[in-house]
Design a protein around this ligand. Structure first.
Ligand code: NAD
Length: 567
């Protein structure tokens, strides 16, 4: 009881407005069980100023991606989690707690639905209308499902993408290659470090100076240049010396790319991670200062949206021109190409998305962004999990290399955490290992395990995860719903289903799951079941689409797929 009152005081529950939020750590419970406690700590962790891009407005990342609908809802969620019994389930509707049901101990403690609209109504305009009426919030992927772990969450995926690009196009790493990109936000901020980890040189254009400073402070970005000419000179010098380097440049990318073309500067690789999926609250149109843009957004939203879409068209035309002049171009999952198509750039899809280009083969093996967080708040617990994972999978040399680099280069943001892509079979072994570590007291408190919604079986997103599927099933969303239901049936601690995410309302449907290793036998069973079945749906999805790798993995690893004989 004392613990409950303490946390209510610490989180200023009841004050109804913005306040600094930090996740509690330690081994003592504030809630009635570790599943509820994990949700409470992860909700707070999403809003930690180290993690959240704009915590005062409950925004975690990705344009408008929020952790709770408003501060009153935040207060109510915390109070409900503190009182939630071990046989009850909290229902969350777009950031608002709406019911507590009597279920069972084996059921999820929380079920979350964010930003879902009936398809005919699934547009930004309709969403914004409901948002203004106080009826919805944008959940992005891990913002509204409480499993964001800061920029690290996307770091390994970004690194894998750049490393795979190097192998595919240069048969090596990115040594001596210049990569131009934009956006140093919650996710995009991983790009400079991912490029330098892959040994390349990155020029990262960002309109908001404070984002550049945030990435410099956390050592995701090495340096910044005051002008385009200096950024190019620094990049060329580093590339010549084959020295990895990341350079920030405070400017609008829609101004910078045409200027690069005019100067005859063509990078080796061109991509983008501005929040292009959201033309009102994400992307900044050219021709305005940062401050002017923020003002126009509020004063004249329609004018702002038109200007943003015009800029995106220019932006994509410049990427296409760079591609024509020899650059490797790829879309980095922000729906920039589809936005430009709205302004008549009909050939925007001439450059591929990153999933078909570099990631799908991993999805066919059930590989995906497995992540975990030390609820103790002690970074030593992550060092223990890193070390034990290396023992568990001694044969995985790429993973060993990643964990070594991550241990050296990544500063923890909020609760200490780790991301490490694991495949089918491996995830459940890692889950059991972490549960054993908790049971044996080798870590100081339970460990929460989750993943990005960007995974092999959890998403239907025709311009991203399911772009250019072999059988044409890009827009079939049944798979994402089956993934969600499988995770509920398998006993995840909390499960979520969202519309939107990285590509915007109406463009994607996706599911998330979180489990908790608290050292009990019951959790062990749930961990093994969830972490086996979750990627199994990914293998089934890709096998059904005709991918040979997925069919082979299903056969060799025992994912049961019924035979359907077509007459
Ligand atoms: P964010 O909103 O936190 O950051 C976007 C950044 O882009 C901001 O810092 C903003 O100032 C900057 N920006 C916007 N317009 C600009 C312009 N014209 N010129 C220069 N800078 C500009 O978003 P985020 O979380 O970093 O995500 C970025 C995008 O990537 C989103 O669309 C998101 O959905 C997508 N995304 C991709 C992946 C992936 O795996 N590829 C994963 C998550 C998100």
């Amino acid at each position: 009881m004392r613990q409950k009152e303490k946390i209510i005081k610490e989180l200023h529950i009841g004050c109804g407005g913005p306040r600094p939020v930090k996740a509690p750590g330690g081994a003592e419970l504030h809630c009635k069980g570790w599943y509820q406690e994990a949700a409470l700590r992860m909700l707070c962790n999403n809003l930690d100023p180290d993690n959240g891009e704009n915590p005062d407005e409950l925004i975690v990342y990705g344009g408008l991606g929020k952790a709770a609908r408003n501060w009153e809802c935040f207060d109510a969620i915390v109070r409900t989690l503190l009182d939630l019994e071990n046989d009850e389930t909290l229902l969350m509707q777009s950031g608002k707690p709406v019911a507590v049901l009597k279920t069972s101990k084996s059921a999820p403690r929380i079920l979350i639905a964010n930003s879902n609209l009936v398809p005919r109504w699934a547009s930004w305009d309709y969403f914004h209308k409901l948002d203004r009426m106080g009826l919805m919030m944008y959940g992005q992927m891990t913002a509204g499902s409480w499993i964001y772990i800061g920029t690290q969450g996307i770091l390994q995926g970004t690194y894998e993408t750049f490393a795979s690009l190097g192998q595919k196009h240069y048969q090596s790493d990115l040594r001596g290659k210049i990569i131009v990109t934009a956006g140093l936000g919650g996710m995009g901020g991983a790009q400079p470090l991912a490029v330098t980890m892959a040994k390349g040189v990155a020029v990262c254009v960002e309109i908001d100076q404070s984002r550049i400073e945030k990435r410099l402070k956390k050592h995701y970005l090495d340096t910044q240049a005051p002008t385009l000419d200096e950024a190019i000179a620094k990049a060329q010098e580093a590339a010549k010396n084959k020295t990895p380097l990341s350079i920030g440049l405070c400017a609008n990318i829609a101004d910078i790319l045409p200027a690069m073309l005019q100067k005859g500067f063509i990078p080796d690789v061109i991509t983008d991670q501005t929040s292009a999926h959201d033309e009102l609250n994400g992307y900044f149109p050219r021709g305005l200062t940062f401050a002017q843009a923020l003002q126009l957004r509020k004063a004249e939203p329609e004018k702002y949206k038109n200007m943003a879409l015009d800029s995106m068209a220019l932006h994509v035309r410049a990427i296409l021109e760079m591609q024509k002049r020899g650059a490797v171009a790829f879309d980095y999952g922000n729906n920039l190409r589809a936005q430009a198509m709205k302004r008549g750039v009909d050939n925007a899809m001439d450059y591929p998305g990153f999933v078909p280009a570099y990631i799908r083969e991993l999805f066919c093996r059930g590989q995906g962004p497995f992540r975990w967080v030390a609820l103790s708040g002690n970074p030593e617990d992550i060092r223990v999990t890193d070390r034990e994972l290396l023992r568990l999978f001694p044969e995985k040399t790429k993973m060993a290399n990643w964990l070594k680099m991550a241990g050296e280069k990544i500063e923890h943001m909020g609760l200490p955490s780790r991301i490490c892509w694991l495949g089918y079979g491996e995830r459940e072994k890692a889950g059991k290992l972490f549960n054993d570590l908790v049971r044996e007291g080798k870590v100081r408190a339970p460990i929460v395990i989750g993943r990005d919604h960007l995974d092999c079986g959890s998403v239907a997103s025709p311009y991203r995860e399911t772009e250019a599927m072999k059988d044409g099933s890009d827009a079939v969303a049944d798979w994402a719903i089956l993934n969600c239901m499988s995770n509920v049936a398998s006993g995840a601690a909390w499960v979520s289903f969202h519309d939107g995410g990285g590509v915007g309302i109406g463009y994607a449907l996706h599911a998330g799951q979180v489990t908790v290793a608290d050292g009990t036998d019951e959790s062990e069973k749930k961990l093994i079941t969830v972490l086996r079945n979750d990627p199994a749906t990914g293998i089934a999805r890709h096998a059904d689409a005709g991918y040979e790798t997925a069919i082979r993995v299903a056969e060799t690893k025992g994912v049961k797929i019924p035979m359907v004989n077509m007459c």
